[in-house]
Structure formats: structure tokens, C-alpha cells
Design a protein around this ligand. Sequence first.
Ligand SMILES: CC(C)(COP(=O)(O)OP(=O)(O)OC[C@H]1O[C@@H](n2cnc3c(N)ncnc32)[C@H](O)[C@@H]1OP(=O)(O)O)[C@@H](O)C(=O)NCCC(=O)NCCS
Length: 130
Amino acid sequence: MNWHVSNELPTVTEYCELRVAVGLSAMDTIAADEALPRSLHAVTVRDEGRLVAMGRVVGDGLHVQIVDIAVASEAQGQGLSRIVMEDIMSFVATLPTCTLVNLFADVDWLYGKFGFVVPDHAVGMTLERR
Ligand SMILES: CC(C)(COP(=O)(O)OP(=O)(O)OC[C@H]1O[C@@H](n2cnc3c(N)ncnc32)[C@H](O)[C@@H]1OP(=O)(O)O)[C@@H](O)C(=O)NCCC(=O)NCCS
């Protein structure tokens, strides 16, 4: 496959559509338009111009979160999540060693190989908003 990997943001439409297509929660387009440029780091993978995979890092440099890891269904099972995560981990390596790097894993098998563990001193929590 002739994937084109870049650190450009997806468009708002691409982002919102890919999230829903892979089963992640829907994001408001106006909110996404404001939020995407605030990313610390983004990686997008395209196939003939079409967005097929992405991931982002958000935060302030001391506390960062890996979010929006998504591979379009027709492109799954071909190693794209590794390409996305390897790019993200190269960015993470540039952060201070004190930076706390977190994520919520819908699929834990994806992240253990990059050094992520379930902490024994804390539990991840998220606010129920609806
Ligand atoms: C989860 C997701 C990102 C994986 O993307 P992908 O590119 O299809 O991943 P791959 O199938 O290439 O698998 C990546 C690796 O995990 C391994 N793997 C795949 N399925 C696995 C499973 N069920 N158990 C253990 N390992 C598995 C692969 O062997 C591969 O290993 P390698 O990198 O060491 O060769 C993709 O399926 C997706 O977008 N799902 C919907 C959205 C989602 O859940 N995002 C994650 C939110 S935390």
C-alpha cells in the first residue's frame, strides 16, 4: 500500500466522520474546529488523499493524553495503528521526562507494546455527561 503519513491535522469533516465510522463517539463540528488546532501533535495517514488513519496528542507538555487513535475499517489489520503510534511515540520522546503521558484504552492490546501499563496506584476515571 502507498500510505502517505504526515503530521498535518485532518479536516474537521474528516475527523468527525472517521471517529463515527470507527465507532468512537461523535464530536461537534464547531467544537472540533476550535479544538483540533490546539493539538500538541497529530499524525494522519492517507491513501490517495483519503484519510484512513489518525492519532493526536493533546495537553500542555506536562500532562499529555493520546487520543483519537482510529483506523478506517477498510484499512484495519494492515499495521496502520503501529505507524500512527510509532510517530506519536517519537513525539512523546521529545517531551520532558517528567511529563505524564496517559490514554484511555478501548483496546489494551494496542498500547502495551509501546510501554503503557495499567497503573497500580490510580484508576482512570471519566465524567458521565449524559
Ligand atoms: C484499534 C485500531 C486503531 C487498530 O488499528 P489497526 O491498524 O487495524 O491495527 P492492526 O490490526 O494493524 O493491529 C496492530 C497490532 O495489534 C495486533 N492485534 C490486532 N488485533 C489484536 C488482538 N485482538 N489482540 C492482540 N493483538 C492484536 C496486531 O497483530 C498488530 O501487532 P503488531 O503491530 O505488533 O504487528 C482500529 O481497529 C480502530 O480504529 N478501531 C476503532 C477505534 C478504536 O477502538 N480506537 C482505539 C481507541 S483507544
